[in-house]
Design a protein around this ligand. Structure first.
Ligand SMILES: [Zn+2]
Length: 154
């Protein structure tokens, strides 16, 4: 696959009437996640900020970015919530069993936060700044579902 080939993501497990393209940098991110279980960020040549997911232009400097860097896979919780009220998950069209954790994670080497589920097996350990690592699914689809959740490691 060429670096610039675009990946098309299906809209979840339920039949939904749309697909969408995730763009050149999004495709590269998910290709690396799928094939190497690596998180890819991108560094601004001017301010050196590392964005995850990678994007084409630095929002602060308005310059094009092309310097891809590996970040994580470990990181720290930037903020989180524990959901106790069930709602329809737009990814699946079904209610996800509650309670579950969801958070914004600062992967090592990144300057932005990455959103995903956080294991709440021991709620007393879920706090801002806690070290986490991803737990990957066995199935490699090239989507965020390749990560089951992040778990606390300290
Ligand atoms: Zn910048």
């Amino acid at each position: 696959m060429a670096d610039h080939e675009h990946i098309i993501i299906e809209s979840g497990d339920k039949d939904q009437p749309f697909n969408y393209a995730i763009g050149m940098h999004g495709s590269k991110f998910f290709k690396e996640l799928k094939e190497r279980r690596v998180f890819l960020g991108i560094r601004c040549p001017k301010c050196k900020k590392v964005y995850v997911h990678p994007r084409r232009v630095c929002g602060e400097c308005f310059v094009e970015m092309n310097d891809f860097v590996e970040v994580g896979p470990k990181g720290r919780i930037g903020t989180f919530t524990i959901l106790r009220y069930a709602f329809i998950d737009p990814e699946t069209g079904e209610q996800k069993p509650v309670p579950y954790g969801y958070g914004f994670i600062k992967l090592d080497g990144a300057d932005t936060l990455f959103q995903h589920y956080i294991s709440i097996d021991d709620e007393s350990k879920v706090r801002i700044g806690a070290r986490v690592e991803p737990v990957f699914s066995e199935e490699k689809k090239g989507t965020l579902k390749d990560i089951l959740y992040f778990r606390i490691i300290d």
